[in-house]
Design a protein around this ligand. Structure first.
Ligand code: ZN
Length: 140
């Protein structure tokens, strides 16, 4: 299982993840308020350094996906084929997160057959024990 590599800007994202919350950084300038991802110090819209972490519903749609096949690193080759998806968040279609489509928070990478994936299918975030966001089908 992958574990997060945490930097200063992204630390709150992972901290909320361990609490089971998907939060996205937002500009705290009241005239702007734009969401941004990945986390960074400065707003790309208004250049403000003030930010806050807004809670998301965790709902989204598959915007794109790939199904990796060997050659892969040995630990991944054992689990291939599995689904790597790009999720477009329901509240913020411009915010897209990369993750895995799985059957539950700590389920194996290959727990959902890749043929179940379709562009546009609705997914819901779940969090592994280490706080890693993963995705399950809204209608399994
Ligand atoms: Zn801003």
């Amino acid at each position: 299982m992958l574990t997060p590599v945490v930097d200063d800007d992204g630390a709150p994202f992972w901290g909320y993840g361990t609490q089971g919350e998907l939060r996205i950084q937002a500009c705290a300038n009241p005239d702007c308020g734009e969401l941004r991802f990945p986390p960074r110090p400065c707003c790309p819209h208004c250049q403000s350094f003030d930010s806050e972490w807004r809670r998301m519903s965790g709902k989204g749609r598959v915007w794109s996906y790939v199904v990796p096949h060997p050659p892969l690193l040995p630990a991944y080759a054992e689990q291939a084929p599995y689904a790597v998806i790009v999720v477009e968040l329901a509240e913020a279609p411009r915010i897209r997160l990369v993750g895995n489509l799985v059957s539950g928070p700590d389920a194996p990478l290959n727990s959902v057959p890749p043929e179940r994936i379709r562009i546009g299918v609705k997914v819901q975030v779940v969090f592994s024990r280490s706080g890693l966001p993963r995705w399950v089908l809204e209608r399994p």
